[in-house]
Write a protein of this length. Structure first.
Length: 407
């Protein structure tokens, strides 16, 4: 009897950690666990930025932009590949906050409409909700979480009614470790035809993102975090069929044409959400960073970050006096904890003296979650694929020493 040959098992691509560390000379000097703040740039990204700045110095900014036009256009294609989108659905911005606001402020909503969100919303987003609530009479509806800290999807769906004009989700919150179920929320949004804005600030570069599978109409992100791009870079995706639902909130001569003394004509497409002046050197660096991540593979990046973060949580759990504050059944590369009787700012300072980088997560950054869980100021350690198991060992030894010294 002839048996069919078994289907080949897909090869699992692994991160070449040694290569990524060679590409990141700072790894020789620091243990950088502040990747959710700003990752270390690889040499390729830094060289790309500096090369263009030198070109501007030699021939002038406008002339350098003309010479870099093809490379500028390639950035849109790279980001589109990252998101499984079309280049025509991408706009570049100088931050994730700017990109997010371009979508949120551009969405026209009637007075009394509702924004449906979660308690892990980031402070900048929620402040914008409050601003629109004051200015436009919008109502903010916060869906609950279950006992594990996961978004209660049944309760979330039950909150959908005719007044919900926007679903706004932070994919990976700034603290707490959790990865919110963006794709499940997208299914609910599509089922009821509600616009869906996803803040992918911490997930772009950490997880594979497919906007079609997720089902979001809009997605915003930064470059400086897990994508390892320079500060001052970000981007916005808007689904092509949804674009006519948005009005660019800050038109200028780049995004519109002044046609008569009392009128102007907005440009078509996502470029209408951009402005004339921008830092092309940093944008080219963003493109280089996206290409670097694509070359490594987002599935491989996700696996490496997850393994390192899981190891860090286990090591911290084993230390006396350390309280790991992460929740949820699916967790990413952000690990938050506190040390009994030692302020998070002191922990940060003492680790910095040892060339170990973390940041302090304030309750006001995710106020609703902090109030619900009675969270203090916390230490936030966020790993990336270029970090190592040995760095985790050194880090935990340092944390243990700090906790023991002040016990």
């Amino acid at each position: 009897m002839n048996c069919a040959a078994p289907s080949p098992v897909p090869e699992v691509k692994l991160i070449d950690v040694a290569r990524t560390r060679r590409d990141t000379p700072a790894c020789e000097k620091v243990v950088h666990f502040n990747n959710a703040g700003a990752s270390l740039m690889p040499n390729l990204v830094l060289d790309t930025c500096i090369e263009h700045l030198w070109l501007e110095a030699r021939i002038g900014g406008y002339e350098a932009a003309e010479e870099a036009q093809a490379r500028h256009e390639a950035i849109y294609r790279s980001i589109a590949t990252l998101l499984h989108a079309s280049p025509e659905e991408i706009a570049l911005a100088d931050s994730a906050t700017r990109a997010w606001h371009l979508a949120f402020q551009g969405l026209q909503t009637p007075r009394g409409a509702k924004i449906l969100t979660t308690r892990t919303s980031y402070a900048s987003n929620f402040i914008a909700f409050l601003h629109r609530a004051r200015k436009d009479g919008l109502e903010i509806d916060v869906a609950p979480c279950d006992d594990a800290g996961d978004l209660d999807l049944d309760a979330f769906e039950q909150r959908i009614d005719g007044r919900v004009a926007l679903i706004a989700l932070t994919h990976i919150p700034t603290n707490g470790g959790i990865i919110n179920p963006a794709e499940a929320v997208g299914k609910i949004a599509r089922k009821y035809g509600v616009p869906y804005l996803l803040d992918a600030c911490q997930s772009a570069g950490q997880l594979p993102l497919d906007v079609t599978r997720i089902g979001c109409d809009m997605l915003s992100s930064t470059g400086r975090k897990f994508l390892r791009a320079p500060r001052g870079t970000g981007f916005l995706y808007v689904r092509r069929a949804f674009l006519d639902r948005l009005e660019p909130p800050m038109p200028d001569l780049h995004s519109a044409t002044w046609t008569t003394p009392d009128d102007y004509r907005p440009h078509e497409g996502m470029r209408a959400f951009e402005m004339w002046e921008s830092n092309l050197a940093m944008k080219l660096g963003l493109g280089a960073a996206v290409d670097y991540a694509l070359d490594l593979g987002l599935d491989a990046i996700r696996g490496r970050i997850r393994d390192l973060a899981d190891l860090l949580r286990r090591r911290l759990h084993a230390l006396n006096g350390i309280r790991v504050r992460d929740t949820g059944t699916e967790q990413g590369g952000i690990v938050t904890f506190d040390i009994a009787n030692v302020a998070a700012s002191i922990v940060k300072s003492r680790l910095r003296e040892q060339s170990m980088h973390i940041t302090v997560s304030l309750p006001s950054h995710t106020l609703l979650d902090a109030m619900e869980r009675n969270l203090p100021k916390m230490v936030r350690a966020s790993v990336h694929y270029y970090n190592t198991e040995e760095e985790i060992d050194r880090f935990c030894e340092a944390v243990h020493a700090i906790s023991s010294k002040d016990a």
